[in-house]
Design a protein around this ligand. Structure first.
Ligand SMILES: C[S@@+](CC[C@H](N)C(=O)[O-])C[C@H]1O[C@@H](n2cnc3c(N)ncnc32)[C@H](O)[C@@H]1O
Length: 341
């Protein structure tokens, strides 16, 4: 019997970072004039999954400061500052580029996602991971931090009478439960396409979404059968490091080798995943210090919360064996090789 290899949430994040695409199980919706747009799950998502990248332009602290002075209040909310490798950085997502990460709204009480830093090609990327199970039709949120964001006060939460805070479309046609990692076929097509630049390039999310849930269920039911993690062995612990101690599936070989590439100078830890395919997500997180908790929007820490205890049912990664069925491992390998040069 062949050995199963599956994508971990970090590998899933890395693949999406490289592809520059959002998952088809997410959609943008207009909520109301107060909140503007938001990002919603168009299928249920398990706890612990990679959700999306907060894509934008990576800026130094100096450039971030310059832009803060130049930008208006709204534009400034798209500047996401964080510490990485002992310095402050910023992702500027103020450009409308069609990406969904920039549209995820703030929730400091009951967020269902959390930001982590993932290093790819020596650069930090801000990625959201689910910290609880997310139902189809639910809005994705994370905590922007402890600033006095104006919308957090009661007064600002009033919605004009004639507006309804109801999602613009019926989501009942989506299947009840789909494990978020996308079908291998879609991953394959993403990975084989050139990666769009962060600025000014539009990705047509709507067209992506037109073939999401039902197609996935019909055409790729096999891919949606996530192999359960060793649920009993998932310790419940404080969740500042999202994937710590999760018995996530083994890294796919090619991605594993990618992740083990040299990292910025201060990382200094061994990253040889190829030598140990039995390593868990915990190992990956421990050995790859690039995966850190991001500091959202000028804040020190994302508060610890109930949902950060990873446990119950994390079906995030999919069996690499299924990926191989679609011939994607070579595609991924090719992409990784290309990115090395
Ligand atoms: C990074 S953007 C998020 C996307 C935004 N909703 C849009 O339509 O472009 C941040 C802006 O979203 C709005 N926002 C974010 N979270 C909110 C919340 N919980 N309540 C109301 N407005 C919110 C604020 O106007 C804020 O300036």
């Amino acid at each position: 019997m062949s050995k199963r290899k599956r994508f971990s949430p970090v590998e899933d994040a890395t693949a999406h970072i490289l592809s520059g695409k959002d998952k088809p199980c997410l959609e943008e919706r207009f909520i109301n004039s107060h909140k503007g747009r938001g990002v919603f799950a168009s299928m249920s998502i398990d706890k612990g999954c990679f959700i999306l990248e907060y894509r934008g332009e990576l800026l130094s602290q100096e450039e971030s400061q310059t832009r803060q002075n130049r930008y208006n209040e709204t534009e400034n909310t798209f500047l996401f500052e964080f510490d990485w490798n002992g310095r402050q950085w910023c992702i500027d997502a103020s450009k409308e580029d069609g990406s969904l990460g920039r549209l995820v709204n703030d929730n400091n009480k009951t967020p269902n996602c959390k930001v982590k830093k993932i290093s790819v090609e020596g650069k930090p990327h801000l990625c959201l991971f689910s910290v609880k199970a997310i139902a189809s039709g639910e809005e994705l949120t994370y905590n922007y931090g402890d600033s006095d964001w104006p919308w957090r006060t009661q007064l600002n939460q009033a919605v004009p009478h004639n507006e309804e805070n109801i999602p613009s479309e019926d989501s009942t046609h989506f299947p009840d439960k789909i494990n978020c990692p996308k079908p291998a076929e879609q991953i394959g097509s993403y990975l084989s396409e050139p990666r769009p630049s962060n600025s000014g390039q539009s990705t047509d999310h709507n067209s992506d979404h037109s073939s999401t849930a039902s197609d996935m269920m019909e055409n790729h039911s096999q891919v949606n059968q996530a192999v359960p993690h060793n649920e009993e062995n998932i310790p419940s612990e404080e969740g500042t490091h999202l994937s710590d101690k999760i018995n996530c599936p083994k890294p796919a070989e090619q991605i594993g080798s990618y992740l083990s590439e040299p990292r910025p100078s201060n990382s200094g830890q061994s990253t040889d995943h190829n030598s140990d395919h039995s390593s868990t997500a915990s190992d990956m997180m421990e050995n790859h210090s690039q995966v850190n908790q991001a500091v959202p929007h000028n804040e020190e820490n994302i508060p610890s919360e109930e949902g950060t205890h990873l446990s119950d049912k994390i079906n995030c990664p999919k069996p690499a064996e299924q990926v191989d069925i679609f011939g994607l491992s070579p595609a991924l390998d090719l992409l990784i090789r290309r990115n090395r040069h």
